[in-house]
Design a protein around this ligand. Sequence first.
Ligand SMILES: [Zn+2]
Length: 310
Amino acid sequence: MPSQAPGTTRCEVLVMAEHKERQLVAQALDTLAEAIERGESEQLKAYLGTLARFHQYSLSNVFLIAVQRPNATRVAGFRTWQKLGRYVKKGEKGIHILAPIVWRRKREEAREESRGDGEEDEVVRFRSVCVFDVAQTEGRPLAEFAQARGEPGKHTSRLMQFAAEQGIEVEFSDALVSAHGLSSGGKILVRKGLPAAEEFSVLAHELAHELLHRGEEEQPSSRTVRETEAEAVAFVVCQAIGLEAVNAAADYIRLYQGSKETLLESLQRIRQAAVEIIGAIMGKVEARGKASDTEWQAAGAGEHQAAYAA
Ligand SMILES: [Zn+2]
């Protein structure tokens, strides 16, 4: 945030910019709260339906998959892919994993075989089965989680610069499989190759975690609260630069059981982090004086204010 210099024209410009920032943040949060209240979107329902079809693999199978196909993202058996309207492409080699076969024997039978202690009534064996990564299949597109849309342009590099100024290292990685981003205190990983708007949104989300949840002070213990805060900050920042991200943010927050109430309880923290990031990436007010207004307009802030004023 730029500081005020009393009695100058530049001061007036700064106050106006700050006022706009606050207005923008308040309006963005209203929009988000409304979207969360509308309930599960069709896209989220479809996504959750698809997700439910994918198996949670054991650690040893996750390892087996990683060794045989390091870039695998979504893995399922032949029949599961068929149910999802997709087919394994000709000539694709399966990934071998171990499937447990568990069957229960009658108590009496078990008692006889286990010399009378009566405990052993479950038998587990393993057999090798084949699964395939989504890239080895073709057919109906999978239901996807809603993503941010639009063109962040130069704002991504400004966001990176802001992270660097905070002493946070940002690394693009193709080792992230189940998440788009990760914040670990002083370091952020972002999945390589995301669409530009999604990449910006993920970076803003992880930066919010860094600002709000990796410091010295007491952190919210609930994951619902932490994820709601980070995603709400990311949404406000996306909105400020003109990206369309309301559905993605509302769905994400709902996925973590966040609600309008969660949002309201964290309002102050969300606002602070959002204003800090927006100030850093859109500001440059002090250096440019009145140019700041043009900057806000150019980034679509004016448009959004008009759109959500009602
Ligand atoms: Zn998060």
